[in-house]
Design a protein around this ligand. Sequence first.
Ligand SMILES: NC(=O)c1ccc[n+]([C@@H]2O[C@H](COP(=O)([O-])OP(=O)(O)OC[C@H]3O[C@@H](n4cnc5c(N)ncnc54)[C@H](O)[C@@H]3O)[C@@H](O)[C@H]2O)c1
Ligand SMILES: [Zn+2]
Length: 441
Amino acid sequence: MGTAVDRHIALIGFMGAGKTTVGEEVARRTGRPFVDTDAEIEARHGPITELFDRGEAEFRRLEREIVDEALSAGVPSVIALGGGAFEAARSDRALAVLIDVDVDTAWERSRRTSRPLAHEEAAFRALFAARDYRSVADVVAEDADGVLLAGLGIRIGPGKADGDVLLIDARLRELRTFGLDQTITVQEKTLAEAWRVWSELRLGRDGTIVAYGGGTTTDLAGFVAATYMRGVRWNALPTTLVGQVDAAIGGKTAIDLPQGKNLVGAFHYPDRVGIDPRELETLPDEERRNGMAEVVKTGLLAGRPLWELAEDEMIRACAAFKAEVCLEDPYERKGRREILNLGHTFGHALEAASNYEVPHGEAVALGLKAALKLSAIEIDHPLDPQPVRLDRELAWAVLQRDKKVRRGRIRLVLLEALGKPVVREVESDEARAALDELIID
Ligand SMILES: NC(=O)c1ccc[n+]([C@@H]2O[C@H](COP(=O)([O-])OP(=O)(O)OC[C@H]3O[C@@H](n4cnc5c(N)ncnc54)[C@H](O)[C@@H]3O)[C@@H](O)[C@H]2O)c1
Ligand SMILES: [Zn+2]
């Protein structure tokens, strides 16, 4: 199982399942190369029907060559494996994702094509029944979002904690019953808390920590998992909207220091993230609003009003978008992750200048307002955040310090259009004017 963070995503499934269409979309969205083994065979050796006429054995030999080559490539790719080549996806080098289809749909889609194994319906159905894709698949997906989620081990829907030690948020401990071999209650992501957890853990090198709570819990648990015995596995069960659309996704783990937030940490991806939107039923409104700010950020980046979707779909789409960005840039080395800072430069300035009295979500909602303004995009802000009362000069000082203003210019993530993030330098008086609009005296 595991994730596709450092591995290929191999799409398997019967003829007509849509491996090529889904694969192209996943490759485009993650910036990964796409290899369609059937297309590659045709490009090198000519039409598959003609190759088949020379005998299936020869076709399979050529196919194996191309599949081996694709799986050996050093760059993590998206590979659509020809319908008969699925056994190759047992490789450690790939996460095998089954694009499922029922036999009637597959036949309808394939019958009018020139596919050599789709000439005769009875034979087609017999072949369908004979191929056991599920025995090879690590996970099943129905669309591109499903593949992206699978790529980071994310599952949406009810699921149980799977692991050895449960780290549970103190508030949830009162609200839920839950048990693994050992349960440790946590409430803050500090060194003292990490220290306590390290000392209390009864866990071997091959053990798994499960984090059950919001971003505070998953950040701490992930950090403990990254450091304990030089790294043990962990799974996340996020219970806040922030956790489900943001914090539990993307491998960033951290603790806060008195000097600032998230100053010590590591990239350490959870093997699995179980997102159950029903967990949010007990979430206080102000915490939901914090999460909605990240949802709006994601919608602006994706270019779709995700905040208008029903909650389950909204969470799924936001989690898939974050997965897309992180699959492209898992360790923040390529730049793509930078877009996730949309609204956050101004947001951080407001948070810090208010001594963290302004909640993160409120600050980000305001930061997004500034980003929209500087991007000259006119849409009604879905959260309609109101200006906050704090020291303008202090906020401006934090903003300048944060972004190392150079030659009177400041680097920001903005939008060229909805769904088209760009990193741009803005004149500092323009930035100052946008900041001033977020503040009342
Ligand atoms: N690693 C990342 O990529 C990333 C991204 C965003 C935020 N974060 C971090 O996440 C943290 C914030 O996380 P958060 O917003 O999830 O807050 P949180 O984890 O602090 O939880 C907020 C409050 O909600 C309570 N709670 C949690 N789940 C609940 C539920 N289902 N019902 C009732 N109460 C519940 C908690 O006890 C807490 O009081 C910050 O430290 C931030 O730095 C990390
Ligand atoms: Zn945020």
